[in-house]
Design a protein around this ligand. Structure first.
Ligand code: GLY
Length: 360
């Protein structure tokens, strides 16, 4: 088993990575929530038929009384109505402050269940069991939990670290190819921002079977980078912003596609390519970098550019949570393997995006 420890003072927790780990969920949760008798397990309608039984069997065998809460699959469930449904359901179940919430699913389930765990009874123990590659390498680690508001995604939330993150690579086998490759966009991001050797390692493995053959190493490397970043900047006021590489522009593409045409990972893939081109035009990024990133992402079947008009860029840049007043911090690369925050006026960013992007 591979183990990483996120060493936040007073809120330290482990990330465990091992094939077959889902079957050990009960004993692993028992180790971090020794006083708990009830567990509210939150999942979605896609994951429930696949992994309900192994999770509940394992929790029950470890002596927990577990109740499953199922939300409809999809981003639409990350809302105040589902959050309220969970709060009321947890109370009906009789959850107390020594009990816990377990999230079994992708980013939507983790974010929603995590926010419910952070707020019910002013906070109960929380365990993440991510079932998508995207959630395993990104959203399950680092404690960002949230719901969406009409004004945008993740606008109501908290920093609430889990007590444990359990990663069973075997659950990735039930993802379809686009779901798997969506997660690979975030995996490639870690190579771009932190580890050129890892970027090369990935480019030598452009197919799902090749990637799955080394999946423990891939998960470990991504989570180790995220662990280091989050340990230094839990509250996202400095270094953590580098995890946003490709995301501001990715949000523009998600918006341009009305959140249905492009998945988050696809939008981030195109966003990283655009950020690399932006870096070249600002004299920060070497000229050969965009092509290398485009080749890596294209070989995984991910988009390297997405049409977007100036108004949509402006809307996405304007609502970026990393922005302050008239400025935005763009995350650029000064080489593959190193990200640099670059503060600039929002208006300049939008103008530059227009200059190297064909605006319909
Ligand atoms: N997903 C970016 C972060 O956790 O900061």
């Amino acid at each position: 088993m591979k183990t990483l420890t996120v060493a936040l003072p007073g809120r330290e927790y482990d990330i465990l990575i091992q094939r077959g780990l889902l079957a050990q969920a009960g004993e692993r949760v028992r180790a971090v929530l020794p006083q708990a008798s009830k567990l509210a397990a939150v999942t979605d309608s896609n994951v429930e038929p696949l992994y309900r039984k192994p999770l509940l069997d394992s929790l029950t065998a470890a002596g927990f009384e577990a109740r499953l809460f199922v939300v409809p699959a999809g981003e639409k469930s990350k809302n105040a109505a589902q959050l309220s449904r969970l709060w009321e359901g947890f109370m009906d179940f009789g959850l107390t402050r020594t009990d816990g919430v377990v999230a079994l699913g992708g980013g939507v389930v983790g974010d929603l269940a995590g926010f419910a765990a952070a707020t019910v009874l002013r906070g109960v123990g929380f365990v993440q069991i991510p079932t998508t590659l995207l959630a395993q390498v990104d959203s399950s680690v680092g404690g960002k939990v949230a719901i969406d508001l009409n004004a945008g995604k993740n606008l109501a939330g908290a920093f609430y670290q889990p007590r444990l993150v359990l990663m069973d690579p075997n659950v990735l086998n039930t993802l379809n190819l686009p779901q798997f490759m969506e997660g690979m966009a975030e995996v490639v991001k870690y190579g771009c921002i932190w580890d050129a050797g890892f970027f090369e390692f990935l480019t030598a493995r452009p197919s799902r079977p090749e990637l799955m053959a080394d999946i423990e190493h891939i998960l470990y490397t991504c989570c180790d980078i995220k662990r280091q970043v989050v340990t230094e900047d839990e509250l996202d006021t400095g270094l953590r912003m580098i995890l946003n590489f490709g995301h501001t522009l990715g949000h523009a593409y998600e918006l341009a596609g009305h959140y249905t045409q492009w998945s988050h990972g696809e939008a981030v893939a195109a966003g990283m390519c655009a950020a690399a081109r932006l870096g070249v035009s600002l004299g920060v990024t070497p000229a050969d970098v965009p092509g290398k990133i485009e080749d890596a992402l294209a070989s995984l079947g991910l988009p390297t550019s997405i049409p977007c008009d100036a108004a949509t860029y402006a809307a996405a840049v304007g609502r970026d949570k990393k922005g302050t007043g008239a400025d935005v911090t763009a995350i650029l690369l000064d080489k593959i393997g190193r990200a640099v925050p670059y503060k600039m006026p929002k208006a300049q960013l939008v103008r530059l995006l227009g200059s190297f992007h064909k605006i319909p």
